[in-house]
Design a protein around this ligand. Structure first.
Ligand SMILES: NC(=O)c1ccc[n+]([C@@H]2O[C@H](COP(=O)([O-])OP(=O)(O)OC[C@H]3O[C@@H](n4cnc5c(N)ncnc54)[C@H](OP(=O)(O)O)[C@@H]3O)[C@@H](O)[C@H]2O)c1
Ligand SMILES: *[C@@H]1O[C@H](CO)[C@@H](O)[C@H](O)[C@H]1NC(C)=O
Ligand SMILES: *[C@@H]1O[C@H](CO)[C@@H](O)[C@H](O)[C@H]1NC(C)=O
Length: 376
């Protein structure tokens, strides 16, 4: 048996133990304890919290779900914050993993960072919401030195944020980032538009995607483009706020709502309350989508729902665009893949391209654990 390394371990608290959270915990606990730089010391669901104390962290084979479910401690952000801040006070390094999609939790990041707690998350809310919250996050992190890491907010486990940070930090100039950032939109248009003038109807493709669980229960929550707008906001702010950033033409985004987003929801279906009714009425608009497909095909192009951070042009936009049938967005995507192209001064004229599965618990949890390893 090798003895435990003397290096101080990073104490980890997880908030949100759903699909990705559970997968993340399993991946974290699969690192052998002797060589793991981490100790898992706290779990929080929407109702309960578990604190183990750093002397007896959660072990690899511990029944953590039932331990959390039977904890007497109600979930309370104040208590959690005080508890973790105290650990930082004892000179431990502490990382909080937010695996929720909660605005309330996102609103806590400045408090946690100020207290020296590192924040790691796939939750897009804090970085794509109000500019004031993002500014507070930046200043809290600068003041305390605690880090916030959010690789899994864009492209799930795909390396997007990390390479972008490196490009900027090493002095490359970003000209434009463009990509297919939504797994759902990717699936829909990979199937709907292949370059031929005909194909399945738009409504049937959306209905199949929904049946397979690739869309939100209400497909309008995907077709509105907001998920893409949030991801673009994160990338755009990263470029603008980088320590080495020179003034750019990028708009300062008050929130993801400021992104020019061309929703795919037909105006007449705006505000329909249920997903079922939405799906029932979507065929009324098949002709419009078919017309777009035919127009694209005539130009030897396909339709893709893309996001663009055009640094040189000073524009951030999301919407349906046409790409030649030999373009990577047309040829290399399958399933619900994401693809991101970085056009930079160095990567010009041939861009840097990242592509692969852009959703799923295993890859998303990997993105989160990869961020945690950056603290070591
Ligand atoms: N799945 C993916 O492929 C993927 C990819 C990239 C990013 N993400 C991001 O991952 C995050 C989670 O995804 P999701 O859509 O599955 O979220 P979700 O269904 O809302 O799951 C959130 C989980 O967090 C817990 N939770 C919610 N509010 C909480 C609170 N105030 N305090 C403590 N726990 C709370 C819930 O706990 P209870 O179970 O106790 O209610 C639930 O288990 C989101 O931010 C999402 O955007 C997911
Ligand atoms: C977080 O946990 C929830 C469980 O509700 C899961 O659905 C979600 O995908 C997880 N996301 C991340 C990023 O861990
Ligand atoms: C589109 O989806 C249908 C139904 O799943 C499938 O049969 C078809 O092969 C797909 N087409 C393409 C081009 O992916």
């Amino acid at each position: 048996m090798s003895s435990a390394p003397s290096q101080q371990k990073i104490l980890v608290a997880v908030v949100g133990v759903g699909l990705v959270g559970s997968e993340f915990i399993n991946q974290l606990l699969s690192i052998p304890p002797q060589s793991s730089p981490f100790k898992l010391v706290s779990l929080t669901s929407s109702s309960r919290t578990l604190f183990t104390g750093k002397a007896n962290p959660i072990e690899p084979n511990a029944p953590w779900k039932s331990l959390l479910a039977s904890s007497k401690e109600a979930a309370d952000l104040k208590t959690l914050t005080a508890h973790l801040a105290q650990l930082v006070g004892e000179k431990e390094r502490v990382a909080l993993v937010d695996n929720t999609s909660s605005e309330d939790i996102a609103g806590m990041y400045p408090v946690w960072l100020k207290a020296g707690i590192n924040v790691i998350t796939p939750n897009k809310k804090a970085f794509s919401g109000e500019a004031e919250l993002f500014a507070k996050i930046l200043s809290a992190s600068q003041a305390s030195g605690a880090k916030f890491l959010n690789e899994a907010t864009v492209g799930a486990g795909l390396p997007v944020i990390a390479p972008l940070k490196e490009l900027v930090a090493t002095g490359d100039k970003i000209i434009k980032i463009e990509g297919v950032f939504s797994g759902t939109m990717s699936y829909i248009f990979n199937n709907f538009s292949t370059g031929t003038p005909d194909g399945p109807t738009f409504s049937s493709v959306v209905a199949v995607a929904r049946e397979k669980g690739y869309t939100e229960p209400h497909p309008a929550d995907d077709l509105n483009g907001f998920d893409v707008a949030r991801k673009l906001t994160i990338l755009s702010r990263l470029i603008s706020s980088a320590p080495s950033a020179s003034p750019s033409k990028l708009p300062s985004l008050q929130s993801f709502i400021s992104v020019q987003t061309a929703s795919l929801i037909p105006a007449a279906l705006e505000g329909i309350p249920t997903g079922d009714e939405f799906i029932k009425r979507l065929p009324e608009f098949d002709e419009e989508f078919d017309k777009l497909r035919k127009e694209a095909s005539k130009e030897n192009k396909v339709l893709r729902f893309v996001g663009v951070v055009d640094v040189a042009g000073g524009q951030v936009r999301a919407g349906l665009e046409k790409y030649p049938i030999d373009h990577p967005f047309a040829t290399s995507l399958g399933g619900s893949d994401n693809i991101v192209m970085f056009h930079t001064e160095r990567y010009s004229p041939r861009p840097l391209i990242v592509q692969g599965a852009g959703a799923g618990a295993a890859v998303t949890a990997m993105g989160v654990l990869g961020d945690l390893l950056k603290l070591v």
